[in-house]
Design a protein around this ligand. Structure first.
Ligand SMILES: Nc1ncnc2c1ncn2[C@@H]1O[C@H](COP(=O)(O)OP(=O)(O)OP(=O)(O)O)[C@@H](O)[C@H]1O
Ligand SMILES: Cc1ncc(CO)c(N)n1
Length: 275
């Protein structure tokens, strides 16, 4: 038996809830063999990001080359890429190896407000990586930044649909615009999926009243990549990823004094032990 394979290209989160750690846990939970290219180290906990150390472009390229020239993958998910040079190198390598399915999570800012990407180099994401993506998964602030709108400009479901469609112009086949940050949608956490050939579709789940949401975005994009590695069409992968992250948020737990973590094993329906 050869398992399905997925590669995450992202930053390390020492707290284990987001970044590479969230991605590998999610891949494993969904029966996909996970591989990783680390773009940056972060010193991070429930209170925020305390330090960031990007890796040199050459070692990022070497990691991608090592994995893709020999092992290959069924899907790639990108997360924190830190700057334009890393973004360009990743986009080039993905193109060179003809990766079949690419999920781009355009990570810009961590939950506490720390910048994880150099804003002034956002054009590299827009022009180099988004055209290589089958699907891009911004949250609302990321969508505003990519579209050049002021933060907070997207406030209604109609705004979200229009923004998702506008984001398709950067060249991805699909956009999943996540509504976790939508303030006036109190009862539902609703995301919109827009495709070049399909009208917008809403994916909704009950909004869980918890502040322990560290890593929701990474986990969503990783679950999407895992289902896509398994061969699911995008719309089915997005619905399955939504169910996976909703279960993980429902089982989230206090982890440190600030924003707690998701429990990635929740979809199994077993209690996670000491909780
Ligand atoms: N309280 C909640 N209850 C249920 N679902 C939620 C909640 N908060 C976020 N979600 C869902 O989690 C997923 C991730 O969305 P979100 O907008 O939080 O991503 P994000 O901002 O990229 O996350 P991160 O801050 O980790 O980068 C979406 O499907 C969203 O609807
Ligand atoms: C390393 C890393 N990637 C992504 C996020 C976004 O949640 C984070 N907090 N840390």
């Amino acid at each position: 038996m050869k398992p399905f394979l997925a590669l995450t290209i992202a930053g390390s989160d020492s707290g284990g809830g987001a970044g590479i750690q969230a991605d590998l846990k999610t891949f494993q939970e969904l029966g996909v063999f996970g591989m990783s290219v680390i773009t940056a180290l972060t010193a991070q906990n429930s209170l925020g990001v305390h330090a960031v150390h990007p890796a040199p472009v050459s070692i990022i390229e070497a990691q991608i080359e090592a994995v893709l020239s020999d092992m290959g993958t069924d899907a790639v998910k990108t997360g924190m890429l830190y700057d334009g040079a890393i973004t360009e190198a990743v986009a080039w390598a993905i193109g060179r190896y003809g990766v079949p399915r690419v999920v781009v999570d355009p990570v810009l800012v961590a939950k506490g407000g720390s910048e994880l990407f150099r804003r002034e180099e956002l054009d590299a994401l827009r022009t180099k990586l988004l055209p290589a993506a089958e699907i891009v998964t911004p949250n609302l602030p990321e969508a505003c930044a990519l579209l050049g709108l002021p933060d907070g400009a997207l406030r209604t479901r109609r705004d979200m649909e229009q923004a998702a469609i506008a984001l398709l112009d950067f060249g991805s086949r699909y956009v999943l615009l996540k509504g976790g940050h939508l303030e006036n949608e109190e009862e539902e956490a609703a995301d919109v999926l827009a495709g070049r050939d399909d009208g917008p579709v809403w994916l909704s789940a009950p909004r869980i009243p918890t502040g322990h949401t560290h890593g929701t975005g990474c986990t969503t994009a990783a679950a999407l990549a895992a289902y896509m590695a398994r061969g699911y069409p995008v719309a089915e992968a997005a619905a399955a990823a939504k169910a996976f992250v909703t279960a993980a948020i429902r089982a989230s737990f206090p982890h440190g004094a600030g924003t707690g973590s998701l429990w990635h094993g929740a979809h199994r329906g077993e209690p996670g032990g000491r909780r």
